[in-house]
Design a protein around this ligand. Structure first.
Ligand code: MG
Length: 378
């Protein structure tokens, strides 16, 4: 392993775990976190959760699992070239979507709306907070504690956004939102790696599905620029390969840009250690030119892919399933498996949202059938 920079987070200086445990013998604290995440049930469920396309729409589309692996891959490359802690950034990347509902953002938005309508005091539903809840409370794998008992640094990295009112309830991991300081550089890297991964794989999946066309993509400068270079070097290249080659180059451009820009900003700010870096503003960034190009791409994907009528039809069905499951369980909690029942109304609603959020796409579809169709299995 390359030597860590002074501002990298060192696992031996971790603020520790919520429940004290003996130090790991053959790996670092952050490696142990990563390993716990990989073994979690919530991690395995990511295989059957939507990124953009519903899991059963095709075998080649990204799921939350392959998305998380791509984020981890990009985050590790960035960490290593900036001499930051690769294990920590990998752990954060692998865990960042653990709290995602079935059906991607549509599922989350609907569950949030259901919780808020149930009670404005419920705090709604937010997938970042839910990811933290999964690793802090919901996983049941250890005899002496709930959750995975991860290090503070991994937990704060998972909590990417958070409202002030939530932050006040979260203790140590919420403090930075109150103090308005940054998370670790490793967390900042995982965050940007997420954006690099989804922007690129959504182009790939969008083209593969036929919802986006190559002509359309050429109105997006960052794609057009790389695609033109590929086609001038290989004029007869078959289009699938040309797309793959273009996306490969785009990812490379983005990673190289973040590395150079961040290295320059680190040099200028020269934080004396990992803690000092939290007070320097966001140091991990794209250059202004690439930031602008990435924003154009994001906007394009939003308008043309995430709002494509075929995606909207799926989104609409997904929202209905989530809403109908939620109302059925709120009206009659005895429809829930016993573990998810609770006498207190607010706790009951939260448990219903945990139950729904934990579902894979296909489980939610089946559960909806079981509750609403006569003659189906129980
Ligand atoms: Mg993500």
């Amino acid at each position: 392993m390359t030597e860590l920079a002074v501002y990298a987070l060192r696992s031996e200086l971790s603020r520790g775990r919520r429940h004290e445990e003996p130090a790991p013998g053959n790996r670092s604290e952050f490696q142990r976190d990563r390993d716990r995440i990989v073994h979690a049930s919530a991690f395995r469920r990511l295989e059957y959760k939507t990124q953009v396309f519903i899991n059963h729409e095709g075998d080649l589309f990204r799921t939350r699992l392959t998305h998380s692996l791509e984020v981890a891959q990009i985050a590790r490359v960035l960490a290593r070239s900036l001499q930051l802690n690769e294990d920590l950034t990998e752990a954060i990347a692998l865990a960042h979507d653990l709290g995602h509902t079935p059906f991607g953002h549509a599922g989350q938005d609907e569950l949030n709306a259901c919780m808020r309508e149930f009670s404005p005091d419920s705090g709604g539903f937010e997938h970042n907070l839910q990811s933290l809840r999964v690793v802090d409370e919901l996983e049941e794998r250890y005899a002496s504690f709930n959750g995975l008992n991860l290090c503070f640094e991994t937990r704060e990295g998972i909590l990417k956004h958070c409202s002030l009112s939530h932050a006040k309830l979260l203790g140590d991991v919420g403090q930075r939102f109150i103090d308005r300081t940054q998370p670790s550089l490793e967390a900042q890297l995982a965050n940007l790696a997420d954006e690099i991964a989804y922007n690129n794989h959504d182009i790939d999946d969008g083209l593969r599905s036929g919802l986006l066309t190559l002509e359309q993509m050429q109105t997006v400068p960052i794609f057009a620029r790389h695609y033109a270079r590929v086609m001038s070097a290989w004029p007869d290249l078959q289009s699938r390969r040309a797309v793959a080659e273009t996306i490969r180059r785009m990812i490379n451009t983005l990673i190289t840009d973040v590395t150079h820009t961040t290295a320059a900003r680190l040099l200028q700010a020269s934080p004396s250690d990992a803690n000092a870096a939290r007070h320097c503003g966001a140091l991990v960034a794209f250059s202004p030119e690439i930031r602008q190009e990435a924003d154009v791409l994001k906007k394009f994907l939003f308008e043309n892919l995430y709002r494509h009528f075929q995606v909207m039809r799926m989104t609409n069905k997904a929202r209905r399933i989530v809403r109908e499951l939620f109302s059925a369980f709120v009206q009659e909690p005895r429809l829930l498996p016993p573990d998810y029942r609770h006498p207190d109304e607010m706790t009951q609603a939260r448990k219903i949202s945990d139950y729904i959020a934990g579902m894979t796409d296909r489980f939610a579809i089946r559960e909806h059938h079981r509750l609403f169709q006569m003659g189906d299995q129980l």
